[in-house]
Design a protein around this ligand. Structure first.
Ligand SMILES: [Zn+2]
Length: 423
């Protein structure tokens, strides 16, 4: 039975790989060649077609909505509303891994097959969902399918988004045969569960089977321009310089130091990064006159984001007099963290314990469709370990044993949540 899910994932994993070939073990991975299947591509069509075929074979009734989300439905024995929804996405980043997204979709189909074989009577309907355009690798807008469902963006506006070739999402979906004709209403959904690879090193390093996600982190971005004075590197004495890069260097270390302190003192998973820095004029013999940099701060709680941002901004302003520069600070609106449902978290935790598996409550540092769903329905996420914490790269992998643990926990969680009187 376990091999059935493996077969699905191996078959699905060949789509978007050049040359097309199946990979069923870590040693078969090519470090340079992962899977590439942005929304609307031929590879995206192939994996969608394979998924729909699997859904139909599992006895699910398939429908496509206007944004190309796919739903496979198993009726409930008592009610037609209050759906237990589970799933993820099938698109990928350029040169990504075969399990990111696909794992959550095919595990959900396998869960339904197991329920049917056990003659389990789900009182609520169960729907397996495939969200369109999770990665934002094609249409410049991530978590697109779930954003439409949650009402964050209008369907018509989303369909007008263009890819790099100037093609509208509407036309791209039509070309691959996935432009549906109805609008899904989330008030028919009771809860949502997304199974996903962790995409980080925590579970793998700590040798834990299941991550039970409590929060999906939000982020604060700060764009900073430091203006000093460009001058001759040979003739300008040290005491007379207004070196913008020296000030920037202090900011880089301050962000790193404060994020570390924060994690130590607040017990928070806060992370802070400066990954982008542009130096002007960027010449070997010129004192840098201007630096632009971007600060990325992430945490599961908005108050922590605000606290850290304030600390760094205060520090940056103090640099003005100390380094003789002007620091211009632009703050983007905070992308708020999503808090998942204690009810669903508890159901996942209960299922994990039932199988005697090790678990850890944790935050997700990456964005997921679950964060949009969480704004409207009770939502939970099941994480399985990523080998060496690698993700969005060809060497992304999860062991078959860990995948089996994930689907077992998912199946049991669906059972629990599909009962009307679980409370
Ligand atoms: Zn994903």
């Amino acid at each position: 039975m376990a091999n059935r899910l493996k077969d699905d994932l191996v078959t699905a994993g060949q789509y978007g790989r050049e040359p097309q070939r199946t990979v069923s073990s870590y040693s078969q991975l090519d470090p340079d060649k992962g899977v590439t299947r942005p929304t609307g591509t031929e590879a995206n069509k192939k994996i969608r077609d394979f998924c729909v075929k699997s859904m139909v074979a599992a006895g699910l009734t398939v429908k496509i909505d206007r944004i190309g989300n796919i739903y496979g439905r198993k009726e409930g024995s008592k009610v037609s509303d209050g759906i237990v929804m589970c799933g993820s996405h099938l698109d990928s980043v350029v040169n990504g891994g075969q399990f990111d997204g696909a794992l959550g979709v095919f595990s959900s189909i396998e869960a339904v097959r197991r329920l049917t074989e056990e003659h389990f009577e789900n009182e609520r309907p169960i729907e397996v969902v495939v969200f369109t355009g999770e990665e934002g690798s094609a249409f410049g807008f991530s978590l697109l399918g779930s954003a439409v469902l949650a009402g964050k963006i209008e369907t018509d506006d989303a369909l007008m988004q263009k890819n790099i070739n100037g093609q509208k999402l509407k036309d791209a979906l039509e070309a691959i045969g996935y432009l549906g004709d109805f609008e899904k209403q989330l008030n028919t959904v009771d809860c949502f569960i997304e199974t996903h690879v962790e995409q980080g090193p925590v579970l793998y390093n700590e040798n834990i089977s299941i991550g039970v996600v409590e929060n999906i982190v939000g982020y604060a971005w700060v764009t900073v321009t430091i203006t000093g004075e460009s001058n001759h590197a040979g003739t300008t004495p040290m005491k007379m310089r207004k070196d913008a890069l020296v000030a920037a260097a202090e900011i880089v270390t301050a962000v790193n130091r404060n994020a570390n302190d924060f994690a130590d003192t607040q017990g928070s998973g806060l992370v802070g990064t400066i990954g982008k820095l542009v130096v002007f004029p960027n010449g070997i013999n010129i004192v840098p006159g201007k630096v632009e940099l971007c600060i990325d701060i992430r945490d599961g709680f908005e108050k922590n984001l605000l606290m850290m941002r304030k600390k760094i901004c205060t520090f940056m302003k103090e640099l003005e007099s100390r380094c003789g520069v002007i620091v211009d600070i632009q703050m983007s609106p905070i992308n708020t963290p999503a808090h998942l449902s204690p009810d669903v978290v508890q159901a996942i935790e209960g299922s994990t314990k039932q199988f005697g598996l090790s678990l850890k409550r944790m935050n997700s540092g990456a964005g997921h469709d679950a964060q949009n769903m969480a704004t409207k329905v009770k939502t939970g996420m099941i994480f399985v370990p990523s080998v060496k914490g690698i993700s969005h790269a060809p060497l992304e992998w999860t062991t078959w044993d860990d995948i089996e643990n994930g689907v077992a926990v998912l199946t049991q969680t669906i059972k629990t949540l599909s009962k009307l009187d679980r409370n």
